[in-house]
Each structure stands twice: as C-alpha cells, then as structure tokens.
Design a protein around this ligand. Sequence first.
Ligand code: ADP
Length: 477
Amino acid sequence: MTIYQNLIGGEWVGANATKNINPSDTNEVVGLYADGSAEDTRNAIAAAKAAFPAWSRSGIWERHVILKKAGDEIMARKDELGALLAREEGKTLPEAIGETIRASQIFEFFAGEALRLAGETIPSVRPNIGVEITRDPLGVIGIITPWNFPIAIPAWKIAPALCYGNTIVFKPAELVPACSWAIVDILNRAGLPKGVLNLVMGKGSVVGQAMLDSPDVAGITFTGSTGTGKRVAAASIEHNRKFQLEMGGKNPMVVLDDADLNVAVEAAANSGFFSTGQRCTASSRLIVTEGIHDKFVAALTAKLETLVVDNALKSGTHIGPVVDERQLKTDTDYIEIGKKEGAKLAFGGELITRDTPGFYLQPTLFTEATNQMRISREEIFGPVVSVIRVKDYEEALATANDTPFGLSSGIATTSLKHATHFKRNAEAGMVMVNLPTAGVDFHVPFGGRKGSSYGPREQGKYAAEFYTTVKTSYTLA
Ligand code: ADP
C-alpha cells in the first residue's frame, strides 16, 4: 500500500506510517499515513518560518487565485472526498458530502476576503499627523485539529491563515489524516509556494507537543478536548504566543410548553444524535417544562425508533458508528454512570452488530435526569442525551446556564417573549431558536464562552482577529 506522506518545505517525506481504519468496517484500512516525528515538526516549522517573509508580502490576487482553486477542486470532488470522510470518520455519506461542500465554501469565502483586505485612515488628534490602522499576519501558525470534522475544521483554520498572509504547520487528528492530506495536496497543486503550508501527521504527544514547545510558532489555533486545550494555553503563555481554543460543550436545548412539538422533536433528534452525537455543538441536555414533558419524551422516543444505525456508506443510514473503540468505551461507561446515578434509560444504551464489524451504538436517551448528574455536566461526545424536567421558563433558563461550558444553547418555543429573553440571557456563544444547537453558517462567527472557548471567534470576517495583529502607524505630513 502506498504511504501518504507529510509535506515539509514543499517535499513529500516520511517512511513510518499508521493505519487509518474505517469505524464502519474495522477490516478496512482506508490508507497508510505518515507518522511524523518531533524532528519532522521542527523542520516543518523552520520551512514555514523561511517561507513567511515572501508569503506575508504576496499579492492579494495570488492568494485569491490559490484559495479559489482549492475551493473549486474540493467542490468538484465532493462525492469522492465525502466518501473518504465517511470512511475514515464514520459520519453518514450525506453528512460527509455536506461537510465537504462546507469546506469548499469556506475556501471560496476567504478567496473573496483576500481581495477585501483593508485598513483605516484616521486623523490624529495632533495637527499634521495621519494615523493608519492596518493588520499584519502573525507569522507561523500551528493548526491542531480534532477528528469529528475532518475536512471542515482544517478548512476553517487553513483558509483564513493563508488569506491573511500567514504560513502554516498543520497537524490533523491521528484518527482522520485522509481528508487533511487531500486538502493539503489540493492547495499544494493550486500553487502555494514551498513551505507556506506544511503537513505533519502524527501523534499529539509528539507532533503537537513539538509545536507547543517551539518559540518560532507565533500562533496556535486548536480544536479538541479541554485537557489538551489547557496544555496549549500553558505552553503558549510560556512563549508569549497568541492562541485560540475551541473545546467542549454540554449544550442545552430548552423545550417549553408552547413549543411546536414537531419542531422540538426534529431539533432535539438532530442536535443529540446526528453525526453520532460527535459534535461540540451537539445538545446532550434537553431541558423540558412539565406541561409538554411526557408528550415530548413519547414523540422523541418514537422518532428514535425510526433512526437507522448502520455502516456510514449505506444509503438509508441515519447514524453511523462511533469513531473508535476508545470513544465507544467512554460512551458506554457514561451509560453505566447514568444508570447508577438514577436516571431512567428510556431508549437505547446497547451495542449493536451490523453486517460489517464496527463501533455501533444505539441512540441513547435518559429521562428523569438532574442537572447535577455527571451525565448532565460532563461532555460525553456520543449519542447519549438526558432529559431534565423543569417547572417553568425561569427554571429552564437557569438550568441551561448552569454548566461549565458555553458554546451553543437552544430553545424550542412559539413565544416571542421567551425567545427574545433567551437570546439575551443564554450564556453561550451561539443561540438557536427552533433550530438544532448544531448546524451553523460558514460566514459568521463561531465560538463559545466559559469552559468552551478561549480567544477570538473563528470564521467569517471575525477570523481576522486571530490571524492578524493590528498595527497603528503615525506619519508627520
Ligand atoms: P480527543 O480526545 O477528542 O482526541 P484531543 O484534545 O486529544 O481530543 O485531540 C485534539 C488534537 O490535539 C489532536 O490533533 C491531537 O493529536 C492533539 N493533541 C493531543 N495531545 C496533544 C499535545 N500534548 N500537544 C499538542 N496537541 C495534542
């Protein structure tokens, strides 16, 4: 089998490789992907540093053309790349193709942004002096990504980094190197100069750590677990480096008595279980007022009965497998914890077998949960959801906000008064009214508060906050 190699300073290198396994069929090897070393990482950082002066001064048309070419190729290959994504990560084919289209749209958006780079000219408070405010690129950006969005998250970090004139060392998650390799290959062929974008696949503890330890990495953008995020933060402060963290969520979805039952059930099923619950914006706490509680649980349970868990590539599958054995163990451990804590297992909870060997778990719904239980406080990152019964809107809002996290927060209601109050008072970076807590646009800010995020928002125009540093220049005229 060919080895998909790392890209360092414009050369494909690396002989040691790790198997990329399909979670829908563990007999299938998606491919062999290079296992980078700390030395590879240091070489990649040196290449990115050497490429920075020229790329930071490159013309905006050159950046536009490369980003646009990449976006166009990803779109043209959406079915093939979507299938690759579904094979390596386990989300369903329609979800995987949708994510691939999203990656293309992100490149198209930043291709446009490259042509709109601008600053401000402001009169000084002193006579005969002009003030200009401009944005400079940061330098070498370290990009560390998780496994749950193998093409969209790399796209939403790589595209703005390049657009604003930075160079990159990119380390994808160990479980999903294939889509990352594909987009790096596409950008490389689109005409990026050598060293501008370097790919080092490999272990977090080796490649990721070598990035954290380098004084030459000017900024790190990280999406992943809270524990690793804290390491990124500590190491970055040590080096006086800019950093941006997107970590976990325990996103609430409030369902009020006056909700449209169908809207609420569709939003809850999507938020909790689609993409196998493996989205940081997934809703794992359904906070339901007394008057609708029993009807809602009955309707949601009936909906779960209809969802097909199977091989991600099979047509008709609604929920693919869990990503790997380790995550499956986390999910089943939490199911046991939920039972011991006294929540009632209302649906699912069992492993299932399918034609192909994979990590299949039923969508799992707990009722009679409290907000103090571990299943309601800790991020599980699987298809495991709890229903918490509350008296009224005020208790629902207080419960929704009573969490260490603050990424996304949703409400299902037909009351304008409650929707408006909730938008104002939800302690989250993103608020959804009558919509799933997951599922966001690519041209507007993405990010959270409290334990979920740190640093500037990602995506849209707001991405410039992280990928640039502001300069104020004064000129005596
Ligand atoms: P998960 O538990 O969901 O895999 P992680 O936070 O471990 O989440 O992984 C997110 C990303 O962080 C992955 O690319 C992983 O390889 C990387 N990573 C893990 N450990 C480290 C580390 N010590 N330093 C830098 N990156 C790391």
